[in-house]
Design a protein around this ligand. Structure first.
Ligand code: PHE
Length: 457
């Protein structure tokens, strides 16, 4: 234990005795945090924006944003959680002694709830696709685009969304120990499938062109906009601004070094982003398919390639299992945020909190599930469906605002932070400098850009 950590003040001791008693083990925490960050984002958004914004040059930029801004904010979130021992709202109030910070915490909690509502829909699609791939429905001659449109245009996605909520609730109802057991089994499985698929697709004839598209550095494509896109994505992929890392932080033992966990999460997320690109582009390029982005990439372009590949049902099935694992381990972290809030704010038991929150989140997600494919018309406002609006508000507005709250809180409000961070003096100064002066400005710019208030024409 470091000197700093030994000097926790009286009020810190009070928090320790009144806060949550749930704890992760060392490795359990690291795996759960990796599980949260490794999700759908790096699989269907990241490869495309990388190709678009400059290949390896963009990857480099993403790496810099992640290391320079993402990791300091990640440490900040985990430190707040560990110091406050509660849900984001409770921790912020306990550490500042000011109730207003509770409202800022609630913003992030609402963000996690809304992301979960539509994220569970897409997680459901991945389960459906794993089943139909193994069942042989994605084969030569099948119109994969029509298959996808038919699927999301119907009501089956609601059933799969329900399954995802059920599975997620079933894990989260066991608390921190359930969450860590789940991640301890699934993260190694994810790594194995990821490596297996990568080796397979890199051996496809023509795979090299995909690798080149993904990783050829084109510094001329870098712009102010690429910086903001890279930073916004670093936040989403590290699960920041949504209270997830604060919530997990509350279950971390005081003796555990947050530095090691941060490096593991940052490194894991970067590696996953790289491997995702090394699977997606070689596969689509080998079969001459336009990669596209979003749902079209994962559920149309890749199935098209798998349908033409020998043993494609197997590789397609494994790919969707991989996506499902990535999605479910993120879902668990998202759902835990409002549940932890209900437990410490309203004094609910975990069972009650899990059942009610999961049910509500399911209901809020249903309009997303039935609006995105047009099963029900009328759930469209302006340019976006209900699904797209939820995504837009949560990912582009609440997420950067939540990140801003964290930097300002640690940079300017929390007096005791030096004792709590457990960083050496030099690292602490650097960390505080970034949180005070660099991160807030950049995050504000990301917010203005992603909310549409600032455009580069
Ligand atoms: N990091 C997850 C992904 O990349 C998404 C996520 C965001 C999860 C915010 C939790 C909180 O898909």
């Amino acid at each position: 234990m470091s000197k700093e950590q030994r000097q926790i003040s009286k009020s810190d001791k009070d928090i320790e005795s009144s806060g949550t008693k749930e704890r992760f083990t060392r490795s359990g925490f690291i795996l759960a945090a990796i599980g949260s960050s490794v999700g759908l984002g790096n699989m269907w958004k990241f490869p495309y924006i990388t190709g678009l914004y400059g290949g390896a040059a963009f990857f480099l930029l993403f790496t810099i944003c992640l290391l320079l801004i993402g990791l300091p904010v990640l440490i900040a979130e985990m430190t707040i959680g560990r110091g406050g021992r509660g849900s984001p709202a409770t921790s912020l109030i306990r550490l500042s002694g000011q109730r207003i910070w509770g409202s800022f915490g609630v913003l992030s909690i609402a963000g996690a709830f809304f992301i979960m509502s539509f994220y569970a829909v897409v997680a459901g699609w991945t389960l459906h696709y794993a089943v139909i791939s193994f069942g042989g429905a994605i084969r030569e001659g099948v119109d994969v685009e029509a298959t996808f449109n038919h699927f999301i245009g119907g009501f089956l996605p609601v059933l799969w969304q329900f399954v995802v909520m059920l599975v997620t609730g079933w894990i989260v109802i066991r608390g921190a120990s359930g969450i860590e057991k789940f991640n301890k089994v699934l993260i190694p499985a994810l790594v194995l499938i990821l490596l297996f698929l990568m080796v397979r697709v890199l051996m496809l004839p023509g795979a090299g062109a995909g690798v080149e598209f993904f990783l050829r550095p084109d510094f001329s494509k870098l712009s102010n906009e690429s910086v903001l896109v890279a930073l916004g994505h670093a936040f989403f992929s590290l699960s920041l601004g949504m209270g997830t890392m604060m919530t997990y932080g509350a279950y971390v033992d005081r003796e555990q070094s947050l530095g090691a966990a941060t490096l593991a999460v940052g490194g894991g997320d970067l590696l996953y982003a790289l491997l995702a690109g090394l699977i997606i582009f070689p596969t689509t390029f080998a079969y001459g398919i336009e990669p596209g982005q979003g749902p079209g990439l994962a559920f149309v372009a890749l199935p098209a390639a798998f349908s033409a590949m020998p043993l494609g049902w197997l590789f397609g099935g494994l790919f969707f299992i991989l996506l499902a694992i990535a999605a479910l381990t993120s879902c668990v972290s998202l759902l835990e945020v409002p549940i932890a809030f209900a437990i410490d704010r309203w004094g609910w038991g975990r069972n009650k909190a899990t059942v009610i929150t999961s049910a509500l989140c399911f209901l809020v997600g249903v309009p997303s599930a039935i609006s995105v494919g047009g099963a029900v018309n009328g759930l469209h406002w302006g340019p976006r469906s209900f699904f797209d609006w939820t995504d837009f508000i949560a990912s582009n507005i609440i997420l950067p605002l939540g990140g801003l709250v964290v930097t300002i809180f640690v940079g300017y409000v929390w007096k005791n932070v030096a004792q709590q961070a457990g960083l050496t003096a030099g690292w602490f100064m650097l960390w505080l400098f970034i949180l005070r002066f660099v991160a807030p400005i950049l995050i504000l710019l990301v917010f203005l850009h992603s909310s549409g208030l600032l455009s580069f024409g």
